[in-house]
Design a protein around this ligand. Structure first.
Ligand SMILES: [Zn+2]
Ligand SMILES: [Zn+2]
Length: 60
């Protein structure tokens, strides 16, 4: 195992992709990793937290 690519990779709990941990943000609910891409999209909670407590905007 001498991969040079996944040293800093963590699985985003919102979209499931592996992104760099140092570029992501913690879930506002449980603190698990959420990638930068999801953060840019306005995602502040992981999939599990979003399912438990959906965010305020009741968009369809
Ligand atoms: Zn993500
Ligand atoms: Zn969470």
């Amino acid at each position: 195992m001498s991969e040079t690519q996944e040293r800093d990779a963590m699985t985003c709990r919102a979209c499931g992709r592996e992104e760099r941990a140092s570029e992501g943000y913690p879930c506002a609910g449980c603190g698990t990793f959420i990638c930068l891409i999801c953060t840019f999209r306005g995602v502040t909670h992981c999939a599990a937290c979003a399912a438990k407590a959906p965010p305020s905007p009741p968009a369809a």
